[in-house]
Design a protein around this ligand. Structure first.
Ligand SMILES: NC(=O)C1=CN([C@@H]2O[C@H](COP(=O)(O)OP(=O)(O)OC[C@H]3O[C@@H](n4cnc5c(N)ncnc54)[C@H](OP(=O)(O)O)[C@@H]3O)[C@@H](O)[C@H]2O)C=CC1
Ligand SMILES: O=C(O)C1=N[C@H](C(=O)O)C[C@H](O)C1
Length: 256
């Protein structure tokens, strides 16, 4: 039997971290080697436990520093935490390029705004549909303990819709709003995003696309955090053979 991959979970006592620890523990080919939380030294934790792949479900303020520490420690990273920007992703790509120069087994970092298959497919379908509709808006709905808004998934969806519209030569969406702009949601790359926070919800997204006389609604619901686990485990297994930075689970699912 081949050796198990040794995995660390950062943010291990959080909602996603705890679910990920349980998923890793039940996977026959993986071993949970370290649980890392706020205040723990990432480098020491992963080095002392011989970790090969780390999963980060911490907080937006900490995730970039965690990833740089993992690269310095020679550990592959799978990142689900939100808060990433083009600039922070660029710094990670640069750090990886430097670290991988001369490494026999180059390191990989995979950042995914959403590991749920239904969410990955919503993003893909929305990007496909966007070129055919005058209007597109996003409603993301989450549990009220979420610290960031709009969600990372909604930001990624908006960026994909905006890119598809630009490719198709579509201009700004029709909107005659002259007052009460706050009620129109956030403007993410020219796409309006509305964030609902409601007790009882987990993670949900709806993309509304409109044309004269018709509407397309694309919706996904994560009712339970276990919905993210097949995607997380797939990323853990694949990241060692994806050197450099990968953004989005779609690339691992061959949808990229
Ligand atoms: N990509 C995806 O599919 C998904 C992504 N997410 C994202 O994952 C992130 C975590 O979500 P969730 O689990 O709900 O949040 P939680 O608040 O439940 O968990 C975050 C955990 O991170 C810990 N933490 C804080 N600082 C650090 C640090 N420097 N290093 C390591 N751990 C730290 C916190 O500890 P303490 O409590 O002591 O502060 C807490 O235990 C969010 O950004 C969320 O949007 C969520 C679901 C799916
Ligand atoms: O905080 C959450 O819960 C989630 N965060 C991610 C996001 O912001 O997109 C993924 C999913 O929506 C759940």
């Amino acid at each position: 039997m081949s050796e198990k991959t040794r995995v660390a979970v950062l943010g291990a006592s959080g909602r996603m971290g705890a679910t990920t620890c349980a998923a890793v523990e039940s996977a026959e080919d993986l071993e949970l080697a370290a649980r890392v939380g706020r205040g723990d030294d990432v480098t020491t934790s992963v080095r002392e436990s011989g970790v090969q792949v780390a999963v980060d479900f911490s907080v937006p303020d900490a995730t970039e520093a965690n990833v740089h520490a993992l690269i310095d420690a020679g550990v592959h990273a799978v990142v689900g935490t939100t808060g990433w920007t083009a600039a922070s992703r660029g710094r990670v790509a640069e750090h990886l390029a430097e670290a991988n120069a001369g490494r026999e087994q180059p390191l990989g970092v995979l950042i995914a705004p959403n590991f749920g298959l239904s969410a990955v497919l919503v993003m893909r379908f929305a990007a496909q549909a966007a070129r055919y509709f005058e209007s597109a808006e996003i409603v993301e709905l989450h549990h009220p303990d979420k610290v960031d808004a709009p969600s990372g998934t909604a930001r990624h969806t908006a960026a994909a819709i905006a890119a598809a519209r630009a490719d198709a030569g579509l201009g700004p969406m029709p909107d005659a709003t002259a007052s009460g702009h706050d009620a129109r949601g956030a403007d993410v790359d020219g796409v309006r995003v509305h964030a609902v926070r409601l007790r009882g919800l987990v993670a949900h997204e709806e993309v509304l696309l409109g044309n004269p006389g018709e509407q397309l609604v694309i919706r996904q619901d994560s009712f339970d955090r276990v919905s993210f686990m097949p995607g997380v485990l797939l990323a853990v297994r694949r990241v060692p053979s994806r050197p450099g930075l990968t953004v989005g689970l779609e690339h691992v699912l061959d949808l990229g």
